[in-house]
Ligand binder design. Structure first.
Ligand SMILES: Nc1ncnc2c1ncn2[C@@H]1O[C@H](COP(=O)(O)OP(=O)(O)O)[C@@H](O)[C@H]1O
Ligand SMILES: [Mg+2]
Length: 143
């Protein structure tokens, strides 16, 4: 899985997220991009595709679980200080589960260093409503 696309509205982000949603099932998806880039918007679109209950920003709960045609676990690491805190909220058990594990602000704690397999989604704010979305599946065979 590898995509790079420029979108010009939140609706286009929604459309793209729904298009690739079938490929994300089972994956741990590390999401990076500044505040307001559209990370949560992307997760909401995927949750809608899987007919999950309402997705919202998990900043104040650290993890949310949406149930539908798949399970979606939605983490936001913005307020976490270190990997130990991540361990304490059950992250490493949860990513072994089926379903999609979305991780906003994954780069803040270098989560990718702890994973053998993940999908990385980077959203770059290009100005106004324009964004560049890159999706890259990573599989570390030397892990
Ligand atoms: N192309 C776009 N893609 C995603 N969101 C967009 C886009 N253009 C404008 N927006 C708006 O930007 C905001 C993104 O917020 P959010 O998804 O919460 O970002 P993040 O989770 O990265 O902080 C929303 O208000 C959304 O409507
Ligand atoms: Mg967010």
């Amino acid at each position: 899985m590898k995509y790079q696309i420029k979108v010009n509205s939140a609706e286009e982000t929604y459309d793209f997220a729904k298009k690739i949603a079938p490929e994300l099932d089972g994956q741990t998806v590390l999401m990076n991009g500044n505040l307001g880039a559209g990370k949560t918007t992307f997760v909401k679109a995927v949750a809608e595709y899987y007919k999950c209950d309402e997705a919202s920003s998990p900043t104040f709960t650290l993890m949310q679980h949406y149930k539908g045609n798949t399970n979606i676990f939605h983490f936001d690491l913005y307020r976490l200080k270190n990997i130990i805190e991540l361990e304490q909220i059950g992250f490493f058990e949860t990513i072994e589960d089926d379903g999609i594990k979305f991780v906003e602000w994954a780069d803040l704690l270098n989560v990718k260093d702890t994973l053998e397999k993940y999908v990385e989604i980077n959203i770059k704010h290009l100005g106004d409503n324009a964004r560049e979305i890159s999706v890259f599946e990573h599989y570390d065979t030397d892990f």
